[in-house]
Design a protein around this ligand. Structure first.
Ligand code: BTN
Length: 263
């Protein structure tokens, strides 16, 4: 069956073509397919709904009508540091874009922050998340797709996530333009790519403290080895790792962790 889609030319340094599909399995999967199949593929795919939206750690990502489901190509050789570092800068740029979007509309009563590594938080609930996928280990033909999901106009959520998720509409009691938000995000991602390319990743890392959800707070986090670590968050390191100091004064560096909770 032919998918219903539309395409637009856009004018950014790293993005010149955007394709919109009313329904798609996953915008990340679709973008990888287009990169393989088409001679001149778009660098951005947006879906109206996703039937098989993917979250981190193999989780299902609920993606009904009303949210922003977007995937962008990140240049393969961009980041000499590891993927955790890219996760940090992408999460930060996304939080900045959402924050500018709502504050330029005059809404300043709630904070948008980023919970390590890259959950987008609105006060204490999850507004969105990012999934970076990489294909090919060879840097020269490495393909990186950044998928981003933001809850914009949904008013209810599946019961699996209803206690932890929120949307802009639920918080601000009005509808928002998904298209305008997409513009803010694309612009911020474009400028992030340019900054990394120009050797300014440390400047971006410096901004993390202004948007961090957990800096200075006591947290518990699960590591990939399924060990729970507790401590107070004192910063991030050069690779984007989260730095904790525990009650004995020992420092822990978490490179790969999940389910961070404030304790
Ligand atoms: C997370 O678990 O927090 C990451 C969620 C990422 C969801 C986005 S929606 C657009 C893109 N397509 C997908 O299938 N997933 C990402």
């Amino acid at each position: 069956m032919k998918k219903k889609s539309r395409e637009w030319g856009i004018d950014y340094s790293n993005f010149n073509k955007l394709r919109y599909l009313r329904e798609v399995d996953s915008t990340n999967d679709e973008l990888f397919r287009l990169l393989d199949e088409e001679e001149s593929p778009p660098q951005i795919v947006i879906g109206g709904i996703q039937t098989e939206g993917k979250g981190r750690r193999g989780r299902f990502w609920f993606s009904e009508q009303g949210g922003l489901w977007i995937s962008l190509v990140i240049p393969g050789g961009l980041c000499e540091r590891n993927i955790t570092a890219l996760n940090i800068t992408c999460g930060l740029s996304c939080a900045k874009a959402c924050d500018s979007f709502i504050s330029e509309m005059g809404f300043r009563e709630f904070n948008i922050t980023v919970k390590w590594p890259n959950d987008i938080m609105l006060e204490n609930k999850k507004l969105g998340g990012l999934l970076i996928e990489v294909k090919s280990s060879e840097i020269k033909d490495r393909k990186i797709v950044l998928g981003l999901g933001i809850n914009v106009n949904q008013v209810r959520f599946n019961k699996v996530i209803s206690d932890i998720a929120t949307s802009l509409r639920l918080m601000f009691k009005r509808r928002f333009s998904v298209c305008n938000l997409a513009n803010y995000i694309i612009k911020e991602m474009d400028s992030m790519i340019e900054m990394i390319r120009n050797g300014k990743i440390d400047y971006l890392f410096g901004e993390w403290k202004d948007y961090s959800y957990e800096l200075g707070r006591s947290v518990e986090i699960s590591t990939v080895e399924s060990v729970k670590k507790q401590g107070k968050v004192i910063g991030i390191g050069d690779s984007g790792e989260l730095i904790l100091v525990n009650s004995k004064g020992d420092i822990d560096r978490i490179y790969n962790g999940y389910d961070l909770k404030i304790t």
